[in-house]
Design a binder for this molecule. Structure first.
Ligand code: KIV
Ligand code: ZN
Length: 402
């Protein structure tokens, strides 16, 4: 049987922290409801100490969403942990996620603490969180720039203190895939009580490697991946949930692991996030970008119309889209044009089709994308009924040349 990889969605916490992505209470609850349909194992709903709004959102989501674990973030401080528990206590499956930085640069310049103090602080925080909440996750912030011996030591101590999940964040997106895979392997081999906790990873995308690093971690024994819808998050974002999910789905034989994600909810989740925040994904974004299932080049259109597998490695339906899109533009061929005209109820003889195609190219040269309304104007008898003045002029000009 395949091993289950736990998906920890942090769209509402790490994602929401990114500039331009803040959401109000209602918006967060709406998104959390959609996330529940997507079926991640954990939803990190926010950072309760950070604001009253975040606190109320985590509390409301804890009350509303029952099928996923609800996590709340807390620094390794009493005030943070108390506030997180105050919000999370209503959840059916609550998790306090506490963290402290462990790299030399963070300990010296940010925390101004010694290694010993950080270790002691981490153990205290995990024990205290465990006294309140049945499930505690511990993160060693900036783990990939942390001395490996110290990382092993603090992970072992956090597990001994009661942490059920140990998270290894690549906080600044610095790791390369093979280094990150090796780090996961080292922890598995060197931490004596590692089998008593799940090993989680949290990869930022500063070098565009968030998804690759997460997959390498899984190949080397990681049990949980932290990620976000549309890859949003601090700076360049986090590993994109939709990309991870479709890598597992599309290349299933490559993995001894599987996810609980309902991939048909990927596109609806992505759209809802964009609609709520007003931040659109780039058109060529993998899986959920506008162009991810669109074809304009004639050769590709011809192939896809004959068999979609020629140029599509996954079906649009598998990510929640109703169909692929044949985009008509100046690169399109006769086959795609006549297929679309047929759908619109037009049929032309072979000779007529040649003329129609020429007219179509005349329009496509002026316009980037030729829409259905433009095509209706290709029937010369319909010109006078056309509402689109630009197309009318183009067609008249074209016909006058004949
Ligand atoms: O990137 C990071 O280190 C984090 C931690 C709080 C898990 O977001
Ligand atoms: Zn992060």
């Amino acid at each position: 049987m395949k091993k289950r990889i736990h998906i920890f969605d942090t769209t509402l916490r790490d994602g929401e922290q990114a500039p331009g992505f803040s959401m109000n209470l209602d918006e967060k609850v709406r998104l959390a409801r959609q996330l529940e349909l997507l079926k991640p194992d954990v939803i990190e709903a926010g950072f309760p100490i950070s604001s009253e709004g975040d606190f109320l959102s985590v509390k409301e989501i804890a009350k509303t969403v029952s099928s996923c674990t609800i996590a709340g973030l807390a620094r390794a401080k009493k005030g943070d942990i108390d506030r997180a528990w105050e919000a999370l206590q209503y959840a059916k499956k609550p998790r306090i996620h506490t963290f402290i930085a462990t790299s030399d640069i963070h300990m010296e310049h940010k925390l101004k603490k010694t290694k010993e103090e950080v270790l002691e602080n981490a153990v205290w925080a995990v024990e205290y969180a465990c006294s309140l909440c049945p499930e505690v996750e511990f993160s060693a912030e900036d783990a990939t720039r942390t001395n490996v011996d110290f990382l092993c030591q603090i992970v072992e101590a956090a597990i001994a203190a009661g942490a059920k999940v140990i998270n290894i964040p690549d906080t600044v997106g610095y790791a390369l895939p093979w280094e990150f895979g090796q780090l996961v392997k080292t922890l598995k081999e060197r931490v004596p009580n590692m089998d008593q906790a799940l090993l989680s990873v949290h990869c930022h995308n500063d070098l565009g490697l968030g998804v690759a690093n997460s997959l390498m971690a899984v190949k080397n024994g990681a049990d949980q991946i932290e990620c976000t819808i549309n890859g949003i998050g601090e700076r360049a974002g986090n590993a994109a949930l939709e990309e991870l999910a479709m890598a597992f789905h599309t290349r299933a034989p490559e993995f001894d692991q599987e996810l609980s994600i309902d991939t048909t909810q990927l596109y609806p989740s992505s759209r809802l996030l964009s609609d709520i925040t007003g931040m659109q994904v780039q058109v060529n974004k993998a899986i959920v970008g506008k162009n991810a299932f669109s074809h304009e080049a004639g050769i590709h259109q011809d192939g896809v119309l004959k068999n979609p597998l020629t140029y599509e490695i996954m079906t649009p339906q598998s990510v929640g889209l109703s169909s692929n899109q044949i985009v008509l533009g100046k690169h399109s061929g006769r086959r795609a044009l006549s297929a679309r005209l047929e759908q619109l109820g037009y049929s032309f003889s072979k000779e007529e089709m040649e003329k129609v195609y020429e007219a179509f190219i005349a329009i496509a040269d002026k316009k980037k994308i030729v829409e259905d309304d433009d095509l209706r104007g290709l029937d010369p008898s319909g010109i006078d009924d056309l509402s689109n003045r630009f197309i009318k002029e183009t067609m008249k000009e074209y016909l006058n040349r004949q």
